[in-house]
Design a binder for this molecule. Structure first.
Ligand code: PLP
Length: 510
């Protein structure tokens, strides 16, 4: 049975005592003087710090124990199964962290002269080439910091393309299927486009007739995830590409679901013009808490001239940064992107090679289909959209039959799973499935762990039918019990920094 630690742990600012020391630094003034010599005296008087910053003062064990206790009340990809559909929360091999943490890489500064950063430029250049090869695109830009950021770059590229063709004024529509991730319409709207939603057909794929009716000379492009968020491969992709291209639009690939097709099929070969890659999902670097991530974007030859600057170029001897790109949309982020995250992806691809990446795709699909077949047997869960067909890396069940019969919802199931020491799947997305449970086991899980999840799901549905209150009151075995989800995400109730916390205290007690 699982029982999470529950410490009554204060925040670090409320720990320690004035004068308590954890680590002794050399005399700062002397040290700085030694390091920068006369420069020190050039810091203007008004910029020199007079008082020490107000930091908590703690001993080393206090710091270590504080963070260990917090970690014991947490659950992460190193704890166990994390089947958060669409998010691809998989185990990240530690060797990637090791490589990214090497001091020779970690101590580099983006303002260093090109001649002194040839090594990292070579790594980034190679990574660009590998990603172009994997996605079937001509050129890749590593700058975006997340999938959504890559999407935003992608739609900005669409805009630049139509502008250069003198068609931007009329091409205002970006088409987005109703199964799309919310960031797709958000990115299109941020780039100034109108969002036109395309319904799914009975098989969970883009409704071709609805697509035909929606495309016109107002179409800037279509944003598509393939396999889509139901885990279903859009089998009509070539026809979709033809429809969009014939109308003068561009085809955008949301690469959040690239892992099940790695080295099997390539978005570029399917007809996509712009592709983003969620590095932090597909290539084994951590994802969560909004970052850090990386969302490189690959494009076909025609669009390459619009990519952000600088571009890394290799003249056969030296790597250099090329800013001389008159059609470039400019910069989308400072420097070369989230380099530490990109380094982990580089290590991941290098360590697995083409065959290893293919195996990633195969096992991610195998695991999802194993779970899907087993869950189909459970009374109360339904698999909408062509339930006889296999899925790719994820499957989306509906808990609606269970809810209708017992009152137990997808949310209740998700909360009860926590009591079993398992992370919950994504719930209520995609929105086209009622009471959705979106399950993505990933390829980094053994069969025994999948069986544990399946057993827990079976047991929870049984509890629901037996009307045990446990499932409605869950979680009980976790560090915190059921949170008020609205309150927890309301900016008025959150104190995200010590300063905010102090302000809140002051407001309560004037
Ligand atoms: C299908 C899909 N597209 C786009 C995104 C956005 O990616 P990111 O979270 O890196 O911004 C996600 C995130 O989970 C996703 O699942």
């Amino acid at each position: 049975m699982f029982r999470q630690a529950g410490w009554d742990e204060p925040i670090i600012f409320n720990l320690g005592k004035v004068g308590r020391v954890g680590y002794t630094l050399p005399e700062v003034e002397e040290d700085v003087k030694r390091a920068v010599g006369n420069l020190y005296t050039f810091i203007p008087e008004n910029l020199q710090r007079k008082n020490a910053p107000k930091l908590p003062e703690l001993s080393e064990p206090e710091v270590i124990r504080h963070f260990i206790r917090l970690s014991e009340m947490n659950y992460g990809v190193d704890s166990g199964l994390y089947p958060l559909g669409s998010c691809t929360m998989k185990y990240n091999p530690k060797i990637n962290e090791y490589l990214a943490g090497l001091p020779k890489l970690g101590m580099l500064h983006p303002y260093q002269d090109e001649s002194t950063v040839q090594g990292i430029l070579e790594i980034l250049y190679r990574l660009e080439r590998w990603l172009a090869d994997i996605t079937g695109t001509a050129e890749v830009c590593l700058q975006p910091s997340a999938g959504a950021h890559g999407e935003f770059l992608g739609v900005c590229l669409m805009r630049a393309y139509h502008k250069l063709n003198g068609e931007l004024e009329k091409r205002k529509d970006v088409l987005v299927p109703d199964s799309a991730h919310g960031t797709n319409p958000a990115s299109a709207a941020m780039a100034g486009f109108n969002v036109v939603v395309i319904p799914s057909d009975e098989y969970g794929c883009v409704d071709i007739e609805a697509l035909k009716a929606a495309v016109s000379d107002r179409t800037a492009g279509l944003m598509l995830t393939n396999p889509n968020t139901l885990g279903i491969f859009e089998k009509n992709i070539e026809e979709i590409a033809k429809i969009v291209h014939e109308a003068g639009g561009l085809l955008y690939y949301d690469g959040a679901n690239l892992n099940p097709i790695l080295c099997k099929v390539r978005p570029g070969d399917m007809g996509f013009d712009i592709v983003h890659i969620n590095i932090h999902k597909t290539f084994g670097t951590p994802h969560g808490g909004g970052g850090p991530g990386a969302g490189p974007v690959g494009v076909n030859e025609e669009l390459a001239k619009f990519l952000p600057v600088p571009r890394i170029v290799f003249d056969g001897e030296r790597y250099r940064l090329d800013y001389d790109k008159p059609y470039s949309i400019g910069k989308i982020r400072c420097f070369y992107g989230n380099v530490a995250v990109l380094l982990k992806a580089y290590a991941y691809i290098l360590s697995l090679g083409r065959e290893g990446l293919e195996e990633v795709a195969e096992v991610s699909v195998l695991n999802a289909n194993y779970v899907m077949q087993k869950l189909k047997e459970i009374d109360g869960l339904a698999l909408p959209f062509n339930s006889e067909k296999p899925r790719k890396h994820e499957c989306v069940f509906s808990a609606k039959p269970l809810k209708n019969k017992t009152g137990v919802s997808a949310l209740n199931i998700a909360k009860r799973l926590l009591d079993y020491g398992l992370h919950a799947p994504t719930i209520y997305f995609p929105t086209i499935v009622d009471e959705a449970l979106m399950i993505e086991p990933t390829e980094t899980v053994e069969k025994e762990e999948l069986d544990r999840f399946i057993e827990a799901m079976r047991e929870i549905c049984r509890e629901a039918h037996e009307k045990t209150v446990k499932v409605l009151k869950a979680p009980q075995n976790t560090a915190v019990q059921r949170l008020d989800e609205v309150k927890a995400s309301h900016p008025q109730t959150m104190a995200l920094s010590w300063r905010m916390y102090q302000k809140k205290l002051a407001a309560k007690d004037p």
